[in-house]
Structures are given as C-alpha cells and as structure tokens.
Design a protein around this ligand. Structure first.
Ligand code: NAP
Length: 276
C-alpha cells in the first residue's frame, strides 16, 4: 500500500523479479513474499543448493513461474550472460541480498576474503543494476532494493571491511533513490540488524545470539516491501531504529564507534578473534 492505495505488484514491479542470493535466509523470505504478490522469480545463488526445490514449491503454492540460476555474482563475465539467460523476461524488480561476510580482526582476515567481500557486496550490485535498471528506466517503472546493515552506519572492530561494503550499499541506494525517482524506479536501502538466518547461526556463537535480539527474516522482508517506494532507507525493527537513533543523535561518532566495537568484540571475539 502506498499513500493508502493498494499496489499492483505485477504492474509496478513485475512481471519478473530478480532475487540475487535467493537460496537462504533473507533472500529466501524475499522470494516467498514476492511470489505471494504474484511476481515471477529469477532466483540466483552461488551453489543453488535447494534452490530448485524451493522454486518448485513457490511455483506450486503461488502459481508463479521461476528460473533458477547458479551464478557467481562477483564474476563480471558470468553476470554479463544474464540478459541472455533471462531472455525476454521483463524484470521490474531487483533485490540484491547476496553477501560474502567474514568476521574477525582486519589483519587476521585474508586479503582474498576482503576482496571477495568487495566483489560480492559492492561489485555485484553494480553489475546487476547496470544489467537491469536501464530497461526499468525506459519503461518508466520498477524497483531496486539493496541489502544493507546497521554495521554500515559507522566503522566497527571485527567487521571493518564487511561494514564498509554495507555503507556503500546504503549510500548507493540513497543516490539512486534520488536519481531514478523521476523515472518511476523506486530504490530502497534495507538496513537490517541481527537477523536469524543460517549465516547468522553459523557466524554467531549460540550463547551470544540472544544478546543481539535477532529478528526473523520474514519480519525484515515484510517491512522492506511495505517501505519500497516510500523512502530511500529503512531500518528494519523498532529496537534497531531506537538503537540507531541513540547512536546517531546522542553519542559522538567516536563513542558510537567505541560502543559498537565493544559489543561486536563481545559477541564475536571468542569465536573469530586472534588465533596466535
Ligand atoms: N543475517 C544477519 O544478521 C544480517 C544482518 C544485517 C544485514 N544482513 C544482510 O542481509 C543479507 C542476507 O543475509 P543472510 O544472512 O540472509 O544470507 P547471506 O549468507 O548473507 O546470503 C546468502 C545468499 O547469498 C548467496 N551468495 C553468496 N555469495 C554469492 C555469490 N558469490 N554469488 C551468488 N550468490 C551468492 C548465497 O548462495 P549459496 O546458498 O548458494 O551460497 C545465498 O543465497 C546480506 O546482504 C547481509 O549483509 C544480514
């Protein structure tokens, strides 16, 4: 609903949506909720494990069509084949969720992993936006949703590179929101805090998980789809919005960095701290 009016999702953002990183967590929730709105889905993942079964389930449950693509989004030559792979499917919505995240002290993380974070989290969105947005602009409608994180609002120990890639997505989405608005293309940076996904489970020590109050992916995605077309940036979850308000408005930048770094170390240092 925008301005009290029910949105026709297929008309405004369809008939096809591309979900990059569709196989698990937040991307799987996006796939489910977009399918429920009647959009056909191009579902992209790196390995595609379980992707085909998930797609078949969505087709059956929501009567939509799907196309599953196993693709390394960090690889420009692979993404260059996308227009051929999707053939004449009209894509009205891009949701970029895929991410490479490695937690640890900067100097303990390999350069290869740091560059991969830049490739998947920064280069990937640029490649897909360039592949899909020109047609949206020509048609005069469409949407782009880039996944960001609270960690992208300030630097933090243990996630320096990851957080910087997320800052890139927030700022990129905000710029595109302003630029593409007049072309009818809605852009949103979705800023999530801790969210209960398989990657979160794998990276966060179990006894620390509750201390960061994770949201469920479905709730994060529900908010995002409500906010697309209304604003440039949305922080999912009331608690996350309050914490962010305090960090921005009450603490100095230096103290915000200290506070976030302290908490991030407390959560992750046992598991991802120095090994020597
Ligand atoms: N979970 C959280 O607590 C949290 C908090 C804040 C922000 N976020 C953001 O939310 C997004 C989703 O997070 P998540 O935890 O649901 O899942 P995720 O582990 O960050 O992303 C998983 C998805 O990305 C795909 N992917 C990863 N690398 C890829 C590559 N090189 N090429 C193509 N696909 C690739 C995976 O495919 P495969 O399954 O085939 O590997 C999978 O579909 C991320 O952008 C993350 O930064 C998450």
């Amino acid at each position: 609903m925008i301005g009290g009016l029910e949105i026709d999702w297929r008309q405004r953002y369809g008939p096809w949506a591309v979900v990059a990183g569709a196989s698990t967590g937040i991307g799987a929730s996006f796939s489910e909720q977009l399918a429920a709105r009647g959009l056909n889905l191009v579902m992209i993942a790196l390995t595609g494990t379980g992707l085909t079964q998930q797609a078949a389930r969505l087709e059956q449950r929501h009567g939509i069509a799907t196309l599953c693509l196993e693709m390394d989004l960090a690889d420009a030559s692979a993404v260059a084949r996308l227009p051929d792979l999707i053939a004449r499917r009209q894509v009205g919505l891009l949701v970029y969720v895929a991410c490479h995240s490695v937690i640890g002290e900067y100097l303990q993380i390999s350069l290869a992993d740091k560059l991969k974070m830049v490739d998947v989290n920064v280069r990937g969105p640029l490649l897909l936006i360039d592949a899909l947005a020109p047609a949206m602009q020509r048609r005069g409608h469409g949407g782009i949703l880039l996944m960001s994180s609270l960690s992208g609002f300030q630097g933090s120990a243990m996630v320096a590179t990851y957080a910087a890639t997320k800052a890139f997505n927030t700022v990129l989405a905000e710029g595109l929101w302003s630029e593409l608005q007049e072309d009818g293309v809605d852009v949103l940076a979705l800023v999530a805090g801790a969210t209960h996904t398989p990657t979160f489970d794998a990276l966060t020590p179990r006894h620390r998980q509750k201390t960061v109050y994770p949201m469920q992916p479905d709730a994060v995605v529900r908010e995002a789809l409500q906010q697309l077309g209304r604003r440039p940036t949305h922080i999912a979850g009331r608690l996350n919005r309050v914490v962010n308000w305090v960090l921005r408005r009450i603490l100095s930048r230096r103290n915000a960095i200290r506070f976030i770094s302290h908490n991030t170390k407390r959560v992750y240092r046992d598991e991802h701290g120095r090994t020597d």
